[in-house]
Design a binder for this molecule. Structure first.
Ligand code: CP
Ligand code: NVA
Length: 298
């Protein structure tokens, strides 16, 4: 049994196969072909944070594959009233075929994987967001080909998305330039582990030089909203706008996991402009997670 808690939980070969299969599944879906391999399978979806893309894509994906998805917010299950993570994992794991989790603590996802007898998928934690990176790499591949050997610029917060880009850089073999304000760097343990694949700086222009892909995310992630005022000041100068995109390669593309705050971390004319791939990137969550579910549950 395999889990998908971090990108590195699956081999590079498995990840590439999932992405290639996602491209096929996308074509099949658009041509009306039905694939119900997950008939009679149930996916539990435990969320203690909001979500649009992740929830809808997993739920629609399970329906399209003939299975069923069960949305469980912390208010719906006894975790919210103090039942332990371990007890919850044992019980839910005994009834379903897979579990996705969007929870504040990455450790709780690990605890689940040690106690539930089914594959566990990280649907975003404080540490990483591997499902989003699958969609990003797929989107790059569809539009530009392999990301191997390319230059990626990460602009803004050294958050869960940035840290997953660091893992992706080591697996898929691209160079990652990270520009953050001082004090907002990725976790030092990630910096040490992925040192060979990244370059850290505080200058967004320098990070974007010759980049093939420029990516960013909100300045205040879920759970950090109380720091919004302080962060808006700290991140001034880290907006991805046309001026910054000019530093990148002429054929560069822009990505953002969404939700975005227009004219904060990204200018409207970049996110809505010709270089932006954000809508395919969001749509591809559906197709790549269907491929992931087939890999883990079928
Ligand atoms: N990108 C992403 O995970 O979006 P949601 O928070 O809407 O799921
Ligand atoms: N870094 C963001 C990603 C949202 C998909 C957050 O954690 O809120």
């Amino acid at each position: 049994m395999k889990h998908f808690i971090n990108l590195g939980d699956l081999s590079k070969n498995d990840l590439n196969q999932i992405i290639d299969n996602a491209i096929i599944l996308k074509k099949e879906y658009k041509s009306g072909r039905i694939n119900t391999v997950l008939k009679n399978k149930t996916l539990a979806m435990i969320f203690d944070k909001p979500s649009t893309r992740t929830r809808v894509s997993f739920e629609a994906g399970m329906t399209q594959l003939g299975g069923h998805a069960l949305f469980l917010s912390e208010r719906d299950i006894q975790i919210g009233r103090g039942e332990s993570i371990i007890d919850t994992a044992i019980v839910i794991g005994s009834m379903v075929d897979g579990i996705i989790m969007r929870v504040s603590s990455h450790d709780n996802i690990n605890t689940f994987s040690q106690n539930a007898n089914v594959p566990i998928i990280n649907a975003l934690s404080n540490e990483s967001h591997p499902c989003q990176l699958l969609a990003d790499i797929m989107t790059y591949k569809e539009n530009k080909g392999s990301i191997q050997g390319k230059i990626v610029a990460w602009i803004g917060d050294g958050n869960n998305m940035c840290q997953t880009y660091m893992q992706a850089a080591s697996i898929f073999g691209f160079k990652l330039n990270i520009a953050t304000p001082k004090g907002y760097e990725p976790n030092p343990s990630f910096v040490t582990q992925y040192f060979d694949h990244i370059k850290l700086c505080t200058d967004a222009k320098e990070a974007c030089k010759n980049a093939d892909l420029v990516a960013t995310d909100v300045w205040s992630s879920m759970g950090k909203e109380y720091e919004q005022t302080k962060r808006k000041l700290a991140f001034k100068g880290f907006q991805v706008n046309r001026n910054l995109m000019k530093q990148a390669d002429a054929g560069a593309v822009f990505m953002h996991c969404l939700p975005a705050h227009r004219d904060e971390e990204v200018s409207s004319n970049v996110i809505d402009g010709a270089q932006s791939l954000v809508w395919s990137e969001a749509e591809n969550r559906l197709h790549v997670q269907k491929a992931l579910l087939l890999h883990l549950l079928a």
